[in-house]
Structure formats: C-alpha cells, structure tokens
Design a protein around this ligand. Structure first.
Ligand SMILES: C[S@@+](CC[C@H](N)C(=O)[O-])C[C@H]1O[C@@H](n2cnc3c(N)ncnc32)[C@H](O)[C@@H]1O
Length: 524
C-alpha cells in the first residue's frame, strides 16, 4: 500500500475546519504512480458498500454562487453583455475570475486553491512539436485555446480593469494573467462538477445586509443542489438570462476532486443531501485499493483533452482488436470521429468521375455547389456533421449510410426532398464502396500507421508521457477505423459473391433453355 502523505495535511485540516467531515479510519489521500493517477484516494481499511467516505457542506463548494465576488461586483454588471456589463454569467470566465479573486485575497478557499495542481499534461499546454503527435486525432481541433483567450481579453480583463477597488492593480500581473486564466480553466476542465441551481431566488452570494433581510445566515441557505453531479465542460454556465435559474452551476468541489478515474472502475459517487454533498462507496472496496469516481468512461481522446491522461487497459477479446496491432492494450470506450467534410470530398470526387448527364454536372464548382445544397439540407433536417464510429457497432451507423446515399445518389436526393426525409440506411455496394474510400481518407490524416504505433507502444517502455499518450489516442482511433474497414470490405465481398451467384444461377438456368431465368420484363 502506498505510504500516507503528510503533504495533504493542509488540505485536510482546512477541509475539516470548514465543516467537512472525513472517515479518517477508512479514507486516505496518497500518491499513486503517475500512470495510476498520481495523487488520489485510498481505502485504509476494507470499506463496505454505501459507506460515507466524506461530506462537504454546500457552502464549501466554490462557484459563482458561493463566492462573494459577483455580489461585490454587482450582479447586473456581472451578467449583462457588453457594453452594459461584462457577460460573466456565461461560460467559465466568471468562475475563473472568482478563483483568481479568492486566491489574490486569500479568501475562504485559499488553502484549497493552493492544493490544486498548476501544471497540466492536457494538450492545451503542449508545444507545437508535441501537438504534431496528435495529427489526425479529434483532439487538436477541439482545444479551443484561441476562443479561451478571447474570453480573457474580451470579458475578464476589461472587468478586472474596470474595478480598481476590487482588483488591486498590483495584483493584476500576479493573479489575473492569461497564464493564470489557463491554469484555472484547466482546473475547472479537469475537476469541476456541474450542479443544479437553487430552487428559488438568484442564488448568488447574499452579502451581510441581504442575508439579514432574508433571514439567512450564509450564502448557501438560498442554494439547493441536485442529487447528482457530473464532471462537465459545457461552456455555458448560466446560459440565457431567462434560463439561468434552471442551468447547472459549474462548481469546484473540494475533496471530491481528489478522486481519480479509470474505465469501469468507479467505486464511489457523489450524492447531494439537503445541506451537504456526500461521497459514498458504491461497492465494497478492499484495504489498499484506489477509490475512483469515474467521469462516464470517456474515450481516450476526450480523457486526454480534458484531464491529460489516457486509459491503457487490456482490451476485451470481443472487440476483435487482438490481431490488429502488436500492442493489445487500450481503452474499451474508445471511438473514432469522422467529419462529414471527408464524405463530401469523396462524394465530390466520385461525382467528377461519373459520366455527365443533365442532373450530374461535371463542372467542379457546380458539383461543390450541388453538394453544399445537399449537406445544408441534411443539417437543417437535424443531421450531424460528425459521426462517432464505435468498435462494437454494426459496420456503419445508419445516419452515416443515409448521408452517403444522399450525397452520392441523385435519385435518393430527389426523393429525400420530395418526402422531406433522408434516404433509408441501405448499405448497398455503391454506398459501401464510397465508405471504403471515406475510411481510407480518414486514415490518411495520420502520419503513422497502425502497425508502427502498435510496435512503438509495445517496445518503448520509457516514452515521454505526452508522446506516449498521443500514441495511445492515435492507436485507439486507428484500431476502430481498421476494424470498420475490414467489416466493410467483408460486406462488399459478400455482396459481390451474392451477385456472382445470382448471375451464375441466371445464366445456368438460361443455358438449360427453361423459362425460370427470365425476368418479368423478358416474359412479357
Ligand atoms: C479529479 S482530479 C484527481 C486528482 C488529481 N490526481 C490530483 O493530483 O489532484 C483529475 C486529474 O487526475 C489525473 N488522473 C485521474 N485519473 C487518472 C488516471 N487513471 N491515470 C492518470 N491520471 C489520472 C489527471 O491528471 C486528471 O486531470
């Protein structure tokens, strides 16, 4: 069992001094090896199911509702969009500003904030060279670094500069920098929980005067949290003003965020009660085992983007990956994303290669214009522009087959418009042939092959962490794409052999001189 670690004492004593309770006989914090999550929670003794490991008073969660800052700043100014306010009720900028201000002023959460990591292995912090290892994966385009920086320059910094009485100028280069913005943003991304808003009232922190008027003794008296919390990174904390009271509140939840995650290993869960949140075991946990609170078994690309780690476990045989590469470990929850623009490209090339007729112009611009019309129609009908390919799925998702037919079959496109309904998901040989090409194009986005990646992972035990994690993400996606390509190829072969049989059967029967081989038309 890893040794108990004195570096956690400041966090634990702050937590307990502020009303948090811990079953210290059973629940401990320790440092596991990096690949098992680093700092995390451990069972000190056997823990039965449904046992409360620790509890957190609602007021100890940190959000835009519990920090004093939005009230101090003025809720109207906080929420209203520019030029009347700073739009801090939407997105994460408001919570980030609360975290910055609490840290700068050594507020209630100072000891908690000091215990949080300031360095991350999420790709947001990778160099260009490291990011190049992720080429072809869905991670890079979702980093959103530029959008985050817009939030900093357009909302947060103007708000800070507008109130020298709250944000002291000498604090700005220390606590309100772009670097700090990314650090707090990454803390939110990797450890926040989304909780339901108060049932009544605005729920923002009530200052002393307001509390007295309301008869409340502290901010959280007006707050009420849901019985469930999830790690979440949806951007809109408060959404539209009208909806604000119904939206979940992104909150930092001390102690609950010390638990690591691993695919299908969850053994504890956070529950809400009237006045507190409780971390409760969901199964018996043996002394020495890690206590996990898993965030919905995400694929490795998402784990890496949000949390900076990947799951590398033995893969179940039924996924059929055993023969695909020399390293058979990965994340059973992996998926590969396929963007519709690859399908449009392949459809355009296929249209260019066809014989012209009146409805199938060969002019590349006209073809692109025509395809744009089809894809716009598809999106208006509620279709997706990104498809999730799963290992255990039947060869092709229905909506993907439907889109391929819409884009490549002129009569299906006409019928779809007449009926106001996308084509049926019929995977005929034309559709499967396009799908093969789509998968080839998708695989061509990577610089390395599946075989190379499998061999590197199997043979290099000491790869740098970021390089290794990028490799694991690529490998997981490629396994799915290769597996799917194999299935499509098998289906094409089966269709070809069926067509061959039918043809052979037909000519045989015709050769016998009977009537059976003739079609109805021939008979007539
Ligand atoms: C909710 S926090 C858990 C506490 C964290 N280990 C700490 O030191 O504060 C989530 C972060 O822990 C790490 N982590 C969680 N599960 C992991 C795992 N299975 N393997 C590696 N790192 C993990 C990742 O850095 C992730 O961003």
């Amino acid at each position: 069992m890893p040794g108990l670690d004195a570096s956690f004492y400041p966090l634990i004593s702050w937590f307990q001094a502020n009303g948090g309770t811990i079953d210290e006989s059973r629940f401990g914090l320790t440092t596991f090896p990096e690949e098992e999550g680093g700092r995390g929670a451990i069972a000190l003794k056997d823990i039965p199911e449904s046992h409360t490991l620790f509890s957190i008073p609602r007021a100890l969660t940190l959000s835009t509702r519990t920090s004093r800052l939005p009230s101090l700043f003025g809720i109207d100014q906080w929420r209203k969009a520019a030029p009347d306010g700073f739009g801090l009720g939407k997105g994460w900028a408001g919570l980030i500003l609360c975290m910055m201000w609490e840290e700068a002023n050594h507020g209630r959460w100072a000891a908690y904030l000091a215990s949080l990591p300031s360095q991350f292995d999420t790709p947001m912090f990778w160099s260009d060279e490291e990011l190049a290892e992720l080429k072809g994966t869905s991670v890079v385009e979702k980093l959103g670094k530029a959008d985050a920086e817009q939030e900093y320059y357009k909302k947060l910094l103007p708000a800070v500069e507008s109130r020298k009485d709250i944000f002291f100028p000498h604090h700005i280069p220390v606590y309100y920098t772009l670097e700090k913005f990314h650090i707090h943003g990454s803390r939110i991304l990797s450890r926040s929980f989304t909780v339901d808003p108060p049932a009544s009232g605005s729920g923002y922190y009530q200052d002393e005067e307001a509390s007295t008027v309301n008869g409340s003794s502290h901010a959280m008296d007006v707050d009420e949290l849901s019985p469930e919390a999830t790690h979440e990174d949806s951007g809109d904390v408060d959404a539209d003003d009208d909806d604000e009271e119904d939206e979940g509140i992104v909150s930092m939840v001390p102690m609950a965020d010390m638990l690591n995650a691993r695919y299908e290993s969850e053994n504890a869960k956070l529950f809400y009660e009237e006045d507190e949140l409780k971390m409760v075991s969901t199964k018996p946990i043996k002394a020495g085992e890690q206590i996990f609170n898993t965030y919905s078994d995400l694929p490795n690309a998402e784990l890496l983007r949000r949390y900076g780690h990947v799951d590398l476990l033995p893969l179940p045989a039924e996924l059929g990956f055993a023969t695909l590469s020399s390293d058979s470990r990965g994340n059973p929850g992996d998926v590969a994303e396929l963007r519709a623009d690859i399908i449009v490209d392949v459809a355009a090339r296929s249209a260019l290669g066809k014989q012209p007729d009146s409805s199938n112009p060969t002019n590349p611009d006209a073809i692109m214009e025509d395809l744009k019309g089809r894809i716009d129609w598809w999106l208006e009908m509620g279709g997706d522009d990104v498809f999730l390919l799963e290992p255990a799925a039947s060869p092709l998702p229905d909506d993907l087959v439907s889109l391929i037919r819409l884009l490549t079959d002129d009569s299906e496109w006409r019928k779809a418009q007449e009926r106001d309904k996308p084509p049926k998901a019929k995977a005929d040989s034309d559709t499967l042939t396009i799908m093969m090409e789509v998968l080839e194009q998708r695989l061509a986005l990577y610089d390395t092959t599946l075989e190379d990646d499998g061999a590197t992972l199997a043979s290099s035990a000491d790869l740098p962490l970021r390089k290794r994690n990028a490799l694991v993400v690529r490998l997981g996606e490629k396994r799915i794409l290769h597996g799917l390509r194999q299935k499509v190829s098998n289906e094409l072969a089966a269709l070809a052999s069926k067509a061959g049989d039918e043809l052979a059967g037909g000519s045989k029967r015709r050769g016998e001189g009977g009537d059976e081989g003739r079609t109805k038309k021939q008979r007539r």
